[in-house]
Every structure is written in structure tokens, then in C-alpha cells.
Design a protein around this ligand. Sequence first.
Ligand SMILES: C[S@@+](CC[C@H](N)C(=O)[O-])C[C@H]1O[C@@H](n2cnc3c(N)ncnc32)[C@H](O)[C@@H]1O
Length: 123
Amino acid sequence: MPWIHAINESAAAEFAEDVLNPMHPDKFRTLGVRLRLQSGQRVLDVGAGRCGPARILAREFGCHITAVEPHDVFLNDARERVAAAGLGDRFEFVQSTGADFVIEPESYDAAMCIGASWAWGGL
Ligand SMILES: C[S@@+](CC[C@H](N)C(=O)[O-])C[C@H]1O[C@@H](n2cnc3c(N)ncnc32)[C@H](O)[C@@H]1O
């Protein structure tokens, strides 16, 4: 069965920087500034998609990302794009739903779940 998110996102090919949401990449830059993200800080991204938002934070603020994403096609795309951007040492990839991923809150300085609010089985 097709992955519903892949169908949705195929209509979103015009979105910039692999952000799989109708959000301008500048919003993630603003988010990083407002959070005062620092180099080396750790960000958890649940429902990471192709890691568009996460790559912006890693590249512009130097943070480390744990990217949790259940769909293997998106996760493989993310791995390729992260490697191509030379950011591989800042990423850990986990193939999992949000609900199945055990979060250790002390392990992260910030967490985000953009456009995947059902990741824990409901809003
Ligand atoms: C709208 S996309 C957003 C992707 C990314 N956060 C972004 O903004 O570019 C939603 C993502 O949630 C993922 N997803 C679907 N079900 C999920 C679940 N149960 N737990 C975590 N992620 C899920 C989809 O595969 C897709 O990558």
C-alpha cells in the first residue's frame, strides 16, 4: 500500500529545501535564533521526513540531530541529502514511529515535531 505521506509530499515538490510542509525555510532559521540554538546542542526531530528542517538547523547552528522517521524512503532520502551536505557527523537516523521511539528527555536540548502531530497515536 502506498505511504499516504509520500503521496501528499509528491504534490509538494515545489517546497524549498526539502521542507515537507507549507513553511518557508526562513521560519526554521528564525526558530533556531529564537531558541538560541548553539553549536553542539542536541535536537530531536520526530517525523523528520527528508530532514529538510533538521538540515537547516544542523547547517546554520551546528547542532546535532536525532531524526526519527518511520518511512524508509524518506529516511533514505534524508541520509543521502545529509551526506551530500557534508553533515553526516551531526546526524543520527532512527527508523521508527514517534510512539515507538523511547525518548530520554535529558538527551536533548530541544525537540520538534513539524507536521506529524499524530506521531504518538493522536493529537
Ligand atoms: C508533513 S511530513 C513533515 C516532515 C518534516 N517534519 C518536515 O517538516 O519536512 C510528516 C512526516 O511524518 C511522518 N510520519 C508519519 N507517521 C508517523 C508516525 N506515526 N510517527 C512519526 N512520524 C510519522 C511521515 O512519514 C512524514 O515524513
